[in-house]
Design a protein around this ligand. Structure first.
Ligand code: NAD
Length: 312
């Protein structure tokens, strides 16, 4: 049957791509409620939605940082309470990024990030869970990140927010399953979106006077070029992530976790290979500070694999 999918953060990037992909589904399996904080930014989504606009896709306002905005949006859906025609799916996607030395970041900025990335999810789930339980159906899909399972240098606060998201979902999933509600954490590696551009723009203009010279140098001269290289060689498009998100949504038995980038998997595997944490710590340390040549060679190899993979 038709499924109603509510997606957050649809004005750009992955959220936009997911909403458009679902709306244009050839089998017409979805009714998409594409939401964004600022309806003034609906232009690109309208363009991407094309003919599906106001047919299989409607645009609504939703601010992940406001309980009342979330409630208003969900209340405006015609089947809010008892109509069982639709099995509801939510895709919690709205999120902020943040990189840099910790000493240069304000506690207020960290709180804002958590308010969006973690509390945004908690607010939305609180709002829709009672309905899903009553209907004994639903799917909670959350845009997490590979950084939700493994930290990365200069991503301390962002990674912490995604770990929070992962812990929340991993805990909730057990209870939800009792009510036939599925939970999936989608974990992309680097994705080339506004997100990346915004984060780098902030990084270039960041005031690094709050930290020592050596840390500033590591950030500017090692981390930033390293990170840009990662995006250039391993980066996925939002459309690739959207395609995999649709697969997850239509899966009869959706997984709790889905990594979208196979090329990134060797990195996340390090953590599971050594419960003491020494192996990933040592590897990331060497990759960052010692073996620049090894790292470049690895990237070149992954790049080659990607090209070979693409020809299949
Ligand atoms: P993006 O910046 O293009 O999209 C994020 C969207 O969230 C924007 O449209 C923004 O307006 C919206 N948003 C921010 N605060 C909001 C709020 N309070 N209410 C409603 N919407 C709000 O970046 P993206 O890459 O498409 O990011 C989408 C998700 O994917 C995020 O959760 C991000 O953490 C995650 N992710 C991104 C990458 C990447 O490399 N780009 C990798 C892994 C995970």
């Amino acid at each position: 049957g038709t499924r109603r999918v509510l997606v957050t953060g649809c004005s750009s990037g992955i959220g936009l791509a997911v909403a458009a992909r679902l709306a244009k589904d050839e089998l017409r399996r979805f009714k998409v409620v594409a939401t964004m904080r600022d309806l003034g930014k609906r232009g690109p989504l309208e363009k991407a939605a094309g003919d599906s606009l106001n047919k299989t896709l409607e645009i609504k306002q939703l601010d992940a940082c406001s309980e009342s905005s979330i409630r208003e949006c969900v209340n405006s859906l015609p089947d809010r309470r008892y109509d069982v025609k639709y099995s509801a799916v939510i895709v919690n996607n709205a999120g902020l990024g943040m990189i840099g030395p910790l000493e240069c970041q304000s506690i207020d900025a960290m709180k804002e990030l958590f308010d969006t990335n973690f509390f945004g999810l908690a607010r939305l789930v609180k709002e829709v869970l009672p309905d899903m339980k009553r209907r004994q159906s639903g799917h909670i899909v959350v845009m997490s990140s590979v950084m939700g399972t493994q930290g990365l240098i200069f991503n301390d606060v962002y990674s912490a927010s995604k770990f929070a998201v992962e812990g929340f979902c991993e805990s909730l999933a057990v209870q939800a399953l009792k009510f036939n509600i599925k939970t999936t954490l989608v974990e992309p590696g680097p994705v080339v979106t506004e997100f990346e551009r915004k984060v780098y723009e902030d990084a270039e203009s960041m005031d690094l006077s709050g930290t020592d010279k050596e840390t500033a140098k590591i950030f500017r001269e090692i981390y930033l070029p390293y990170s840009k290289k990662m995006f250039a060689s391993l980066g996925q498009t939002p459309e690739e992530v959207a395609e995999q998100t649709v697969k997850v949504i239509t899966d009869k038995e959706p997984p709790l976790r889905h990594q979208t980038n196979r090329l990134y998997m060797p990195m996340t595997a390090l953590k599971h290979a050594d419960p003491t944490g020494r192996l990933p710590l040592d590897s990331f340390y060497k990759m960052t500070f010692k073996h620049d040549k090894v790292f470049n060679a690895t990237l070149a190899m992954l790049h080659l694999l990607k090209r070979i993979g693409g020809k299949k």
